[in-house]
Design a binder for this molecule. Structure first.
Ligand code: HEM
Length: 322
């Protein structure tokens, strides 16, 4: 084989790379000689991936339930990666802001469109049986969902709506964190006490999430947006992308999700208790939670009617079909 100029150049570059870190290029070339070529199944860890669906019952639809939760968590992971990358930008540009935010928006678009896999894709009788084997686990315990929220907005906007007025944006995260909306939502229907689903989640994640909320007070998406030039902040494309994000995460996804709760947990007028034990009819609808990441971008009227029209219309059509 001829040692071409191109090959020589590459060897020189490789040598410089390994010398810089005190390593011997020849040993690394030996490594190349003996290593296996990469296969698709090893690269994406297919065997491991397909071994991760471990149903607790023998109902086939439980695999649909587990699989779709896992798919959702993978999209959440990709969304967080974009938000973390943006959070590290000290001088963000409009193009990087839009590029990353539009990626997050696409992941949520995909999740919203595919939620029918849950809403229509399982047998209700099977669902109601296998879910009893999962108590008290609930999607409520999805830490990545909470991380997305903290990476998106100032903590004050995640404080439960009835307490929000008691805080200002400058309050320390540790002062606001105990009043975050989901701590209020997860109370037992009958006693009003914290649910086991919530207390387990708090033991596992409270410390981590409080730390993250402190970190995100300077790095969340809204703070990054405010670092753009005034001209870029007013760019209709930027505002549109932020509004889409707000609607996707706080109205359309919660609504698609709520539809599955209505489909499986509402039965001719009576409500079936949720696995997490919350008063889900009151807790889940966007119009009650009024979670809005970027309120400064919406009119008072839009805020007042947040999530209303969509929810009512969807519930009416769903209840008709039951
Ligand atoms: C048939 C499908 C589903 C039903 C019936 C359902 C039901 C519920 C209910 C009733 C709650 C309220 C908490 C509780 O008491 O458990 C809840 C919360 C939640 N679920 Fe689901 N769920 C479904 C699918 C999913 C999927 C696929 C995900 C994806 C990760 C998910 C993520 C969540 C999250 C993040 C919350 C908390 C929402 C919030 O705090 O606003 N759920 N779910």
């Amino acid at each position: 084989m001829e040692i071409t100029k191109e090959l020589e150049d590459r060897l020189r570059l490789l040598n410089a790379k390994y010398e810089a870190i005190g390593q011997d290029l020849i040993s690394y070339l030996d490594g190349l000689l003996y290593s296996e070529v990469t296969t698709y199944w090893d690269y994406i860890q297919l065997d491991t991936l397909l071994s991760l669906q471990k149903p607790k019952t023998s109902f086939p639809d439980e695999v649909v339930f587990i699989g779709y939760h896992q798919i959702t968590e993978l999209y959440f992971k990709l969304a967080i990666q974009e938000l973390v990358c943006l959070g590290k930008e000290t001088e963000p540009t409009k193009s990087s802001f839009l590029m990353r935010l539009n990626r997050v928006n696409r992941y949520f678009d995909a999740l919203i469109r595919s939620f029918s896999i849950m809403v229509e894709g399982m047998d209700q009788k099977e669902f109601l049986r296998f879910r009893m084997a999962l108590l008290p686990a609930s999607g409520f315990q999805s830490v990545q969902y909470r991380q997305i929220e903290l990476h998106s907005t100032d903590l004050i906007h995640l404080v439960t709506s009835s307490k929000r007025d008691e805080f200002t944006e400058d309050d320390a995260p540790e002062k606001m964190y105990p009043f975050i909306y989901w701590k209020y939502g997860a109370t037992e229907q009958l006693t009003g006490k914290k649910t086991l689903t919530l207390t387990q989640f708090e033991v596992r994640y409270d410390e981590e999430l409080l730390e993250l909320s402190e970190k995100c007070s300077n790095t969340n998406l809204w703070q990054i947006y405010k670092r753009l030039s005034p001209e870029d902040q007013n760019d209709p494309k930027v505002i549109e992308a932020l509004k889409t994000n707000d609607l996707n995460v706080n109205v359309y996804w919660p609504l698609a999700h709520y539809k599955s709760a209505v489909r499986y947990l509402s039965k001719s007028g009576e409500d079936i208790a949720a696995t997490g034990g919350t008063n889900w009819q009151k807790y889940l609808p966007p119009k009650f939670q009024k979670r809005i990441f970027y309120p400064a971008l919406w009119s008072a009227e839009e805020i007042a009617s947040w999530g209303k029209g969509w929810v009512e219309e969807q519930i009416r059509s769903l209840l008709k079909g039951l």
